[in-house]
Design a protein around this ligand. Sequence first.
Ligand code: NAD
Length: 487
Amino acid sequence: MQTETRVRAINCRHFINGQFVDSQNQKTFENINPATEEVLGTVAEGGKEEVDYAVAAARRALNGSWKKTTLQERSKILRRIGDLILERQEELAHLESLDTGKPFALANSIDVPRAAYNFHFYADYIISVGTDAYQQDQQALHYSYRRPVGVVGIIKPWNLPLLLLTWKLAPCLGMGNTAVIKPAEWTPMTATVLMEICKEAGVPDGVVNLVHGFGPNSAGGAISEHPDIDAISFIGEPGTGSSIMKSAADSLKKLSYELGGKNPNIIFADSDLDEVIETTLKSSFINQGEVCLCGSRIYVERPIYDEFISRFAERTKELKVGHPLSENTNVGALVSKEHYDNVNKYIEIARNDGGTIVTGGKRPEGFEKGYYLEPTIITDLDRNSRCVREEIFGPVVTVTPFDMEEEVIMQANDTHYGLSATIWTSDLKRAHRVAHQIEAGIIWVNTWFLRDLRTPFGGMKHSGIGRTGGMHSLDFYSEISNITIKL
Ligand code: NAD
């Protein structure tokens, strides 16, 4: 049964210097509902002029009202933002579901509560951490003095729009910076509502600014090359990261990157198969597989390979693909036509490469409109197939058998990516041994997606630059001077 849509989609305008505004040239683009292909509303299309205006407001606020706030005051504001997100939880979850095509239930149970927690976590964290100090015998005392890095550009992807924006914005504001945000063009709504929330929570005008638009030659490009932006926090594809790096080079901006993943899920024969299958269902297909941490390359030790395939396929077929607002939906719609076509292209590649589509690989019956795809399991692919090597970012996984530990480590590392990995085994020594050899920034043993926001999060190789979480985020959003006092 489809839940009643109590929340209406909104038209999205820029938020600059505390006001919602249109583009100077009045340009807009349409926001499409991926579940129905209908127009949800319009979005202001910003460019260089709007970014210039937003950066000027952010610079004034940085050196004005925001600079005068104390840590306690900023902590209180962050807490209030988190509270207001929870007060508007259902509305935000609806908007997120309409924009992305993800199940409402998922947005309501994970995306929005976690967005609130990002603010609550940093509200506590910023007032609990101290500063480094080193006493050098009787000669000197050295200590670290932190100040904001300045005006920060935050450029966001579409898969977890509010969750990821708040993950960056909370520590950014907590450290006393100001921000110019560009949400992904396909998912502009929750970021727009967040601006209302920031204002209501007492964030002074100009501290948080939002410019809608596209990437190159649009708002994203204007942020990347703006000479008065000091740092960029980017989440998205490695190719986009590379373009931003080139644009940012002239003004030597500080960069934090969280990029894509093609994450191995390694299952040894001694693992608890019931738990493996239930968790692997999530790590493969949650959010339509549109999560950077999804374990899209599954490697199974040969003695349990056949049993795994048959039980995993059986459970996958039970997942309900459906309208994002329907109560029982497990897998919603992919975010856009462009992305849907791209994911389907990989299924075609798998077929041409001799792969076996164990289940899925097609549009579910009964859906004439919307970007729906059945959860798809593919086997029998060579490790050089593009399906095994490239990030598909949809409900599509490949499964490959292995015989030796060294062999699976080599295959797991045989990629440019290095974001996350999961290892399933009941052998503790093996868990450590394999984890230490896998080239990934986040490694789970006998679990997946379990996060503690104090721990370092990020990827190696083409999956990212730097780490976020706890002190790691505060380090990015601050400049540190070492001060040496002769004793
Ligand atoms: P994308 O790189 O296409 O776009 C991300 C953002 O960058 C969008 O706002 C876009 O408008 C903007 N952009 C595009 N080109 C630009 C340019 N030249 N200059 C400035 N801005 C530009 O990524 P996407 O398709 O929105 O997101 C999916 C990708 O994000 C996947 O690769 C996924 O793995 C990755 N991701 C990573 C993490 C992580 O934590 N590592 C989290 C979520 C998503």
